[in-house]
Each structure stands twice: as C-alpha cells, then as structure tokens.
Design a protein around this ligand. Structure first.
Ligand code: NAD
Ligand code: TDX
Length: 351
C-alpha cells in the first residue's frame, strides 16, 4: 500500500510524543507514521501498546545524535515531514547534566535538520519540519504579562537554553537554506503517561505511597497547565494548517501557583482514595528552591486561536481528575517506570 505522507515523529515513546503518535496513526490511516525514539529512561513502548499493530505505524529505535544512522534512515524511508519531539525534557536533570541537554536537544536537532536538507535538497513541495518547543525559552515573567510569539528569548535553565538554541537553529535553516519549518512553544503539559519526575505525576505517585511532597521554595511559582490531549490536537492543527516559517504559542489559559495546584491535587486524591480530609496536605514539605527557578510562565495563545481556531477543550478540574484516575488505574505502569534507575535519580534529587 502506498501512503499519502511518510511522517517521522521523533520522541514518540515519550509523554507528549505518544499522544501525538496515537492521534496521527488513528486519525490518518493514509499517512505512514514512523516513530523514532532512543527509549531513554523517559521513552516507554507500553505507552503505545494499543496501536503497535496498526498497518500505518512503524517503530524505529534510534538516537537523533547518531548522524550516520539518522542520514541512513532518512534515505531509506524518505520522510517528507518531521514532527520533532525527542528531547531531554526535565529541568532538574538539566541542572545536574547540562551537556547531555546540549547534545540531544541542540546537536540532535541539527542532525535531523541536516538529514532533511540533504534528502530533499531544496525540493520543498509538500514538505515540512515541525519543531515542538516550550514556553520556557522566553524566561520568567513577573506578576503580570504574558508571552507572545514576539517576546524575546531569555532562557534561564540549561534545559530552556538548549530548547532556545534548537529553535534558533530551526529558524536559521529556514532563513539560510529555505527549509520549510514551523515551531510551537507550549506551556506545561499534564495527563496520562507523564514520567513521575514532573510535578503532577510525581506528587500523585508520592501521595499513593504516603511519601513527602517536595514543594520547591515557597510554592509561589506559577505555571500555565494544558491537558496533553489538547496539545496533541494543536500539533495536528499546526502540522496541517500552520503557516511555514511561523511560530505559534500554545497554552491552557490556566495559570496556577504551584502550592494552590498541589492543594487541589491533594483534595482530589483524598476523595478518590477514600482518605480522611487533609491527609494529602499533611505530606507537603517545603524544600530548597530549584536554582534559577523561573517565577512565572503565562502564554498568550491568541494567535493559534484566531488564525487556526484552536482552543483547549478540557477544563483543569476535569483533566486533573482524569489524570489521577489514569495513574490509579495503571499502577503497573507506574511500578515499571519507577523501578531501577528511577530510584537512583529520586534519591540524588530529594535526599
Ligand atoms: P519526554 O521526556 O516524556 O519524552 C522524550 C522522548 O524523547 C522519550 O521517549 C525519549 O526516549 C526520547 N529521546 C530522548 N533523547 C533521545 C535521543 N537522543 N534520540 C531519540 N529519542 C530520544 O518529553 P515530553 O514531556 O513528552 O516532551 C516532548 C517534547 O515537548 C520535548 O521536545 C519538550 O521540550 C517539549 N515540551 C514539553 C512540555 C511538557 O510540559 N512536558 C511542554 C512544552 C514542550
Ligand atoms: O518536586 C518538584 N517540586 C516542585 O515544587 C518538582 C518536580 C517541581 N516543582 C515545581 C517546579 C516548577 O515551578 O513545580 C513546577 C513544575 O515543575 P516541572 O513539572 O518540573 O515542570 P517545569 O520545570 O515547569 O517544566 C515543564 O514545563 C515546560 C516541563 O518539564 C518542560 O519539559 C516543559 O518544556
């Protein structure tokens, strides 16, 4: 069977990547989706069990830092589009090992750009390179204001510096070589299949096991939260309708101070676990702040809303409730990802 498009999705075994792969495989049976993932600690094929036998889906285990390998697979499969999500994604890990973030996020992205460029050599009809990025590239806001697409980049963590750098390379390849790109910068995602190092799944897992909830600093840092399925919908829309050489901000219009979010999470968990009121909150423990901790992120998502008609469909209360239910119903998934190497990371981070 021949397919209308051969799409490479990188990082498809991770959190956002797996929701994106699922959406594309199920919605577009006439596209062939190739999921390239190195299966680092964050990549997990269990996330995609429901689609692994689909005819329009192929998994390829490989590393975006490996130039020869990446060039070979571009020549073999002739991807006409790339949706690039593979990355080292956790800010705290970037503080411990910044170089790993430069290697994967900056050099890995360049390896993909070069492979795409060498394969198509300027024949750009119906081709596109879609780079998935983050609001963290814009740095930190004070009490007011929002990030727009023209906010100057001002990254503060090694993670955000590496993502900012990769965004710049993508744009530079567009200007210099005419490579047809689109970039989106999204706020904090949450939902099923997120690795329990990020705030929400870490705290769900700790509440289940009656472990302390390590809130950094005074808990006053603010994030804008978006349900991962709404992000995957936005990715679908931008992939098909986004203008070449444009950036779109994606956000949930949903700002929460960390401590308020944690208290809401504790309340929902007490109810769902049938524990006495206030039990979850007793686990809150304030610990040393994250170095360079950005105070506040807030996204102005007007452009994608007005130009492409996207807006979030899931309220935070619903999304959080569905997320908790997913983790409570998938304790084996949690057990599998929190064994082994995770235990070493957790000890080093919090003890
Ligand atoms: P994740 O850590 O859950 O998944 C990353 C995936 O990339 C994993 O499957 C991992 O195995 C793979 N990977 C890592 N290094 C690789 C390499 N060298 N070669 C091939 N594959 C490799 O991350 P996520 O939270 O799903 O984030 C996905 C993308 O979205 C990232 O680019 C991230 O910067 C961006 N983003 C994330 C958020 C968020 O809130 N999580 C928000 C905005 C943007
Ligand atoms: O144990 C914790 N205690 C705590 O107070 C953890 C893990 C986090 N926090 C705070 C730090 C942040 O203010 O909670 C907030 C959210 O933290 P993370 O879940 O680590 O996310 P963040 O640092 O905001 O970055 C996330 O959003 C943007 C993703 O990890 C990035 O990949 C994405 O680009």
């Amino acid at each position: 069977m021949s397919f209308a498009k051969n799409i490479l999705i990188t990082g498809g075994a991770g959190f956002i990547g797996s929701h994106t792969v699922r959406r594309f495989v199920n919605t577009y049976p006439d596209y062939h989706i190739y999921n390239l993932d190195a299966l680092t600690y964050a990549g997990n094929l269990e996330n995609l069990i429901d689609i692994e036998d689909k005819k329009n889906y192929t998994f390829i285990q490989g590393d975006i830092r490996n130039e020869k390998y990446i060039n070979d697979i571009f020549n073999e499969y002739r991807f006409d589009s790339v949706i690039h999500l593979a990355a080292e994604s956790h800010v705290d890990r970037s503080i411990n090992d910044p170089l790993a973030f430069a290697k994967t996020n900056v050099l890995g992205t360049m390896v993909l750009l070069n492979a795409f460029l060498s394969l198509w050599k300027g024949d750009w009809e119906e081709k596109r390179f879609y780079h998935i990025s983050t609001d963290e590239v814009y740095g930190s806001l004070g009490e007011t204001g929002q990030f727009t697409e023209i906010t100057a980049y001002d990254p503060n963590s090694p993670y955000s510096a590496s993502k900012a750098s990769s965004d710049h390379f993508v744009r530079a390849y567009g200007e210099t070589y005419g490579l047809p790109y689109v970039i989106t910068n999204c706020s904090n995602n949450y939902g099923p299949n997120q690795f329990p190092e990020k705030l929400i799944p870490l705290f769900i897992n700790n509440i289940i096991h009656n472990k302390p909830l390590p809130v950094y600093g005074e808990g006053i840092n603010t994030r804008d939260w978006l349900y991962v399925i709404d992000h995957a919908m936005a990715i679908d829309l931008v992939f098909h309708k986004g203008m070449i050489k444009e950036t779109y901000n994606i956000g949930g219009f949903n700002e929460w101070k960390n401590i308020d979010l944690v208290k809401m999470l504790c309340k929902q968990m007490d109810e769902k676990l049938g524990r006495k009121k206030g039990r979850g909150e007793e686990l809150i423990t304030y610990i040393k702040d994250r170095p360079g901790h950005d105070l506040r992120y807030a996204i102005d998502a007007t452009k994608i809303n007005k130009e492409l008609g996207w807006s979030p469909t899931v309220t935070f209360e619903e999304g959080l409730s569905q997320t908790i239910d997913w983790y409570l119903n998938n304790t084996d998934w949690l057990k599998n990802v929190t064994s082994g190497a995770y235990q070493n990371y957790y000890k080093a981070q919090y003890h």
